[in-house]
Design a protein around this ligand. Structure first.
Ligand code: C2E
Ligand code: CA
Ligand code: CA
Length: 279
């Protein structure tokens, strides 16, 4: 602690220093990670609930640190968001994910859709739309094969700006999903105003559907809401067959979760989900 005059803070500052130095360490390490290309993308399959067909995948970043091993995104994404490093990381993710899905689609003549997580700072960056546009051109990926997962949080910053940006993205032809739907604290009014395509029901609601009547009611209501607004709806974090059966009976459109497939490397994803489509 620096402030010797304020002894009462010393105790708290000890803990704070530790947290801050850990943050600084990660920030420095992240800088190196970007330069040395220590990131990789894992992919998790998304299926049509009624037909059981693979329709696409979500790209999930992994950081393989030479000494620390695999560092989960829950640890470094929030820090990268704070330091602004998320911009460089996000641009790499976008390029890699688009390149990968284009390669898979070419390989087997299908049109899988790649979902990419977009953090608020990335979305709000002034050249975001231009970057997406240039990646689509570079990779020659059809825009409707790209899905951007954004969170309700982007609405909080400036609703008008967000609507404007979403309209520009729709003009490009990409899909837009609301990630973790139902966990934000924004009002639902944005649903009418935002040009979006899909709601992703957050895992906490799915967790309870086999035990809690209330969670079934909430999930049922979200699905109805989506249908009435002509949006598609996907459940994430589906872990059991029982949950899967309930979601199917509730007419949920799509499903993602450990019960059907965990996130895996591109190589394993290809072996497990792509190559067998050729049979
Ligand atoms: P998310 O976007 O909500 O992604 C879903 C998370 O739940 C992933 O964790 C996934 O591995 C995990 N998951 C999927 N199915 C199941 C299941 O059935 N059970 C359980 N327990 N978990 C399941 P992951 O990969 O650790 O990512 C955590 C979060 O980090 C993501 O949450 C997302 O917010 C963020 N993230 C990941 N990759 C990126 C990225 O490329 N860019 C940005 N901005 N954020 C990312
Ligand atoms: Ca997501
Ligand atoms: Ca999510």
């Amino acid at each position: 602690a620096k402030e010797h005059g304020k002894n009462q803070y010393r105790f708290f500052n000890g803990e704070m220093d530790r947290v801050i130095s850990q943050k600084t360490t990660i920030e420095t390490a992240l800088h190196e990670a970007i330069e040395k290309k220590q990131f990789t993308l894992f992919y998790q399959p998304q299926f049509d609930v009624q037909t059981g067909e693979l329709i696409g995948m979500e790209a999930l970043i992994r950081w393989i640190h030479p000494k620390l091993g695999m560092i989960p995104p829950s640890v470094f994404i929030p820090i990268a968001e704070e330091t602004g490093q998320i911009i460089a990381i996000g641009e790499w993710v976008m390029e890699e994910a688009c390149r990968q899905v284009k390669a898979w689609n070419e390989q087997i003549g299908r049109s899988f859709r790649m979902s990419v997580n977009i953090s608020p700072k990335q979305f709000l960056k002034e050249n975001f739309v231009e970057h997406i546009h240039s990646v689509l051109q570079q990779t020659n990926l059809s825009p409707n094969h790209l899905d951007l997962e954004i969170t309700e949080g982007v609405a909080v910053f400036n609703e008008q700006y967000t609507i404007h940006k979403l309209q520009q993205l729709k003009q490009l032809g990409v899909c837009i999903s609301i990630d973790d739907f139902g966990t934000g604290y924004s009002s639902l009014s944005y649903l009418r105003k935002f040009p979006i395509d899909r709601l992703k029901i957050a895992k906490p609601f799915i967790d309870g559907i086999t035990e809690e009547k209330e969670d079934v009611a909430v999930v049922k209501a979200i699905i109805l809401l989506a249908k009435n607004l002509k949006l598609r709806v996907i459940a994430e974090g589906v872990e059991t067959l029982q949950q899967l059966h309930i979601l199917r009976s509730l007419q949920c459109d799509e499903i993602q979760g450990y019960v059907l497939g965990k996130p895996v490397s591109a190589h394993l994803f290809s072996k497990t989900y792509i190559e067998n489509q050729l049979l």
